[in-house]
Every structure is written in C-alpha cells, then in structure tokens.
Ligand binder design. Structure first.
Ligand code: ATP
Ligand SMILES: Nc1nc2c(ncn2[C@@H]2O[C@H](COP(=O)(O)O)[C@@H](O)[C@H]2O)c(=O)[nH]1
Length: 218
C-alpha cells in the first residue's frame, strides 16, 4: 500500500494550513445505518455530476456482493493483510462492523484529493469519530431511514444479508440512530424517506462545493 500524507501526527497544524492554502474541494463524509440509502444517493450524485466527485475506496474483509467490483466498490482483503496495513499506519481510520473489518486507507483519500474533485467517504459512525481526529475537514452528512421498520424492509429487500448479519446490522442501526443525534457530530442529517426529496436535499447541501469545482474545471 502506498504511503503519503499522515493526518494524525505532530505537524497537524502545519498541514492544515497547507490544505487551506491549496483550497482543495472539501471532502464529504456520508454515514448512517446500513440500508439507509447512502450508496443509492451517492451513486446518483456521482452519475449526475461526472468528473466532480471521487469515491474513497475503502478496504473490507467482507465478501463481495454480486455485482461489486474489487478496487471500485471496495478493496477486498483478508483480516491478516488489513491488520498488517493498520499496524503499518496505512489507514486514517478503521472499524469493526457487523463481524467484518472496514477502513479508509490514506492512499484511497489521497488518490481522490490529487484529482481536485470532491472526495466522498462512506463510513460508519465509528469512522466519523476517527475522521474528526484528522485534518480532513469534511462536510459530515448522516443519512437516516424514516424508521427501523422501513430500514429492516429495505435491508431484507436488498437480499444481501443472512439473517445473522441482518440482525447485526439492525443492532448497529439502533445505536447509530441514537448516537447520530449528538449535537455537532453531523453538519446535516437527511431523512431518506422519499428518495427524490432526499437527493434534492443532498444536492442542496453540496451546492456550494459543486459550484466551486465546476468553476475550477471550466
Ligand atoms: N428512499 C428510498 N426508498 C425506498 N428504497 C430505498 C430508498 N433509498 C434506498 N432504497 C433501497 O434501500 C436499499 C438500501 O440502500 P443502500 O444500499 O443505498 O443503503 P446503504 O446505506 O448504502 O447501505 P450499506 O451501508 O449497507 O451499504 C437498496 O435496495 C435501495 O435501493
Ligand atoms: N469505519 C468505516 N466504515 C465503513 C467503511 N466502508 C464502509 N463502511 C461502513 O460499513 C457499513 C457496512 O457496509 P457494507 O458495504 O458492508 O454494507 C456501512 O455503514 C458503511 O458506511 C470504512 O472504510 N470505514
């Protein structure tokens, strides 16, 4: 794994200054319970704004789902390899979620930042807290389902989970829905009830960043 900018060491302030001086587009962190609709909203955003966004491809130890591609949706890896990368300091954050490891490597973020596009990170609430300790300075958005019942239906209908992993995700969702109420943790909370409305809200929140990148590219 490639090394590079380290966001949590002692010259944090120095690098914060240099980040601002380069006026890079502000990254976006999308979080919220599994099944709330983060990927659905993100994929639509990236499709409608081609060349303006870049996805930070996380690592995970979970198996690929049908249709998912290694290097595009995730870097699929083993526990051993991932732990080695973590011990090596290659990750800005990592977490255990529903029996698997997930993490954002430094190079995943750097590769997107280098293109001067808006970097999107899809991470759970533990990842949000870890990213708060870095100088990435993203916009924090929580995507929430209208209710636990609707979330469960969406996860079941998606047909990606076993009963066991579904129950783990529902447990994590209850915690997420509670913790995400914390004052100041998120800049915006979007309730993804009606998809069109949620998408418009997401675009609205990001309109300034989108405009800035469009102008920089023209
Ligand atoms: N507003 C909505 N109304 C109805 N169904 C929705 C809505 N938003 C998303 N869905 C559906 O709900 C399911 C879960 O959405 P999605 O996979 O985007 O969630 P996610 O938050 O990215 O989950 P994960 O964190 O597990 O990747 C999908 O099958 C998607 O098509
Ligand atoms: N802390 C992190 N969480 C991550 C990362 N990549 C994804 N996720 C979160 O995991 C769950 C489950 O994802 P799924 O693809 O298995 O359904 C979801 O809440 C994601 O937001 C990461 O790099 N770090």
């Amino acid at each position: 794994m490639r090394g590079g900018v380290i966001w949590t060491d002692s010259d944090l302030l120095q690098r914060k200054t240099s980040f601002r001086a380069m006026s890079r587009p502000r990254p976006v962190v999308l979080s919220g319970p599994s099944g709330a609709g983060k990927s659905t909203l993100m994929k639509r955003l990236m499709k409608e704004h081609e060349g303006l966004f870049g996805f930070s491809v996380s690592h995970t130890t979970r198996n690929p789902r049908p249709g998912e591609e290694d290097g595009k949706d995730y870097h699929y890896t083993s526990r051993e390899a991932m732990q080695k990368g973590i011990d090596n300091g290659d990750f800005i954050e990592n977490a255990e979620f529903s029996g698997n490891m997930y993490g954002t490597s430094k190079s995943a973020v750097e590769d997107v930042l280098a293109k001067n596009v808006i970097c999107i990170l899809d991470v759970d609430i533990q990842g949000v807290r870890r990213i708060k300790d870095t100088d990435l300075n993203p916009i924090y958005i929580s995507v929430q389902p209208p209710s636990m019942e609707i979330l469960e239906k969406r996860l079941r209908d998606r047909q990606t989970e076993t009963e066991e992993s579904l129950q783990k995700r529902l447990d994590a969702a209850r915690t997420d829905m509670e913790l995400s109420k914390e004052d100041g943790l998120f800049d915006v909370v979007i309730i993804n009830d009606d998809l069109e409305r949620a998408y418009e809200e997401l675009k609205d929140v990001l309109s300034e960043e989108i405009k800035n990148v469009q102008e920089a590219q023209s």
